[in-house]
Design a protein around this ligand. Structure first.
Ligand code: DGP
Length: 122
């Protein structure tokens, strides 16, 4: 799938649309989800043009991947989520209902998140 330069996160990265930023470095931007599912719900995105987790894992440089996952840890620490716990999640493609075609990790926290998969979901 080709990268869509006009997806909403590309526009946020270009500063065309505002966001509630919580973190930024040379490779990463993190901001609060516009429709939070939990008391803390942050999206962490690479600045590079990657469609999905698959695209990022295949094509991003080692430096981008390392900086990205170090940032996820830093963000969770900064938000006070390490002691109570948090969940990170990436939706890839149709079956996962990925809505925005720019790779992002969701960071959820601020409440008991329950078990990830219910037995009935298997
Ligand atoms: P996903 O289904 O994994 O692609 O989730 C996309 C998320 O992006 C969804 O939780 C809502 C969020 N989102 C969509 N548009 C915007 C926006 O303009 N600003 C912010 N902050 N979040 C957005």
């Amino acid at each position: 799938m080709a990268y869509d330069e006009n997806n909403i996160f590309a526009r946020i990265l270009r500063g065309e649309i505002p966001c509630d930023k919580v973190f930024e470095n040379e490779h990463v931007l993190a901001f609060r989800d516009i429709n939070p599912q939990t008391p803390t719900h942050v999206l962490v995105i690479p600045k590079g043009a990657y469609v999905s987790s698959d695209d990022f894992a295949e094509k991003a440089s080692d430096a981008e991947i390392a900086v990205f996952f170090r940032a996820v840890g830093q963000i969770a620490r900064d938000l006070g989520l390490v002691a109570p716990g948090y969940r990170i999640l990436a939706n890839h493609g149709r079956d996962a209902h990925q809505e925005v075609p720019h790779f992002h990790l969701h960071v959820f926290g601020g409440k008991d998140l329950g078990r990830m998969i219910k037995p009935a979901d298997k």
